[in-house]
Design a protein around this ligand. Structure first.
Ligand code: DC
Length: 231
């Protein structure tokens, strides 16, 4: 018997989680949700509303203003995935800037922010047929997910990917700054007290430092199909 499942993809930053998640969702006809984009949207809100200045985040005010933050996903048929909107504005491009990357891990460590976003993620995934990527999807959001993937790659490989991506978008950054940001985010994501990044026992680890996009997709698609056809 065939059934829809939940596929949770967690792992370090810039491991290509979203590339794999998008490819998988397309191949299976599933919905893809980038939960990192939700934490980035909150960070963008904080930057836009003067809640971050001189490297300091006004957490109390942000928590008070959480109800003013409406995050939605709308499918873009041209791009083939759902883009993120903040209070009705498409912010897909803005949330990838270095300024947002520099503060997002600290914003994602605020328990009240996580509580709000996790509740929304569970709502989005309640009918299954979903591929969700993030840091706590298999551990907190959907501990019962039928397939859990934990992705990793060396920090240098990840920084190089991110650096090339940013150059491609016309951002003026250095490789060393990107590597520093990757290492800093790894540390905050893994050491924070609220839902740290962990590999659950039932997650399958994939190190894609030397894997092609196609090889990675084939491997996970095969695992997904086995779970979909099992019941
Ligand atoms: O995947 P990303 O780089 O866009 O994620 C941005 C930040 O948000 C990253 O520092 C980790 C955090 N995050 C999180 O804590 N939990 C999630 N489910 C997704 C992202």
């Amino acid at each position: 018997m065939k059934r829809d499942i939940i596929i949770a993809i967690d792992g370090h930053s810039s491991t290509g989680k979203s590339t794999l998640a998008k490819d998988l969702a397309k191949a299976l006809g599933y919905v893809y949700i980038d939960t990192g984009a939700m934490y980035r949207a909150v960070t963008y809100y904080a930057l836009q509303h003067g809640l971050i200045s001189n490297n300091h985040i006004d957490k109390e005010r942000l928590i008070r203003e959480l109800d003013n933050i409406q995050i939605d996903f709308k499918y873009n048929p041209v791009k083939g995935f759902a883009e993120v909107y903040l209070n009705g504005q498409n912010i897909e491009k803005e949330i990838r800037q270095m300024q947002v990357s520099n503060f997002v891990s600290q914003i994602a460590a605020i328990p009240e922010v996580r509580e709000k976003l996790v509740a929304q993620q569970r709502k989005i995934g309640k009918n299954k047929g979903i591929v969700m990527d993030g840091r706590d999807i298999g551990s907190v959001v959907f501990p019962g997910a039928e397939l859990k993937i934990f992705m990793t790659a060396s920090p240098e490989v990840r920084a190089k990917r991110r650096y090339l991506e940013l150059l491609d978008k016309g951002e003026d950054v250095s490789y060393n700054d990107v590597l520093t940001n990757v290492l800093k985010r790894d540390k905050i994501d893994s050491e924070r007290s609220a839902s740290p990044l962990i590999k659950t026992k039932d997650a399958i680890e994939i190190d894609n430092s030397h894997l092609t996009r196609e090889a990675q997709l084939d491997m996970v698609l095969d695992l997904a199909k086995k779970r979909i056809n099992r019941s």
